[in-house]
Write a protein that binds this ligand. Sequence first.
Ligand SMILES: [Fe+2]
Length: 309
Amino acid sequence: MTATKPLSPAGGVEVLDIDLSAPPTNAGDLVDLFAQHGLLLFRDQPMTKPVLLAASRIFGEPLVHLLGQNNDREVPEVAVVSTRGRDGDFEAKDPDELIGRIEWHTDQAYTPSPNRATMMWAVELPPEGGQTGFVDREKVYEALPASLRDRIEGLHVVQSWRKAQAEIAKNPNYATDEGAKMLQLDRFPDLSYELVQRHPVTGRKVLHAPPMWSSAIVELPGEEGAALLEEVMAFSLEPRFVYWHKYRPNDVVIWDNWRFMHAASGTKGRYNRLMYRTVLKGGPVMGIPLNPTEAEAAERRYRMATQSA
Ligand SMILES: [Fe+2]
């Protein structure tokens, strides 16, 4: 029996007495705990990138991230998440500026088959900020008032890469040709996701309306749909559902990306923050292109851009 303790009233557990630097004898228990809680914390895990990769394999198959710009050169399945960029060359213009602040989202909802899970290892931490927020969208669905559940039954939500990138583009740091290129506004076409999903592993219902990607209700394109979407997004961010994790060095966290959404508080530009991250392969198709022609055009554009790069 693997010992745990609750991480927060909003969910998650800390797994006790584990050393991830060697293959654990209770790997089956860890997989079960992950299916049950969807958010696990392991404290005091001095690691290396290969050990992070091995620990990730307990839960699934690590992927080389499709966006690629932060992938580590030696271990490409590991992404470098840093206030200094991958090569330590990033300079914040203002030491008080928040670097790496990210709106609530699930990873890869701009693709048809988002990753199963994400694992983070905290290496270097700032004295303030640098937290990851978590919301258990299964708990959110369970808590929805019956009237709101009825109103969203059978509806679909648009997941829009373009919406998210347009928000990021408001940051003056992206107001250059290079910045615009990084945002790749037309890289992914809009997708339609079920607003209430069945979790592929647990079969339990999960509300899918992450604010970063969600731009409209497919069946209600007008004001009524916009107001409904705002209502469910606001509900899902009520403080009772939110846990902000303040990392200690050598914390390792893994979350179920099909169940939790997350956000980054950001870190002041004056501080270093370094995390290493893996993502685990998904599988089930959750998103369907709203406009197949647009989807094909986006794919063609991307293929041409990568061939000429
Ligand atoms: Fe993320």
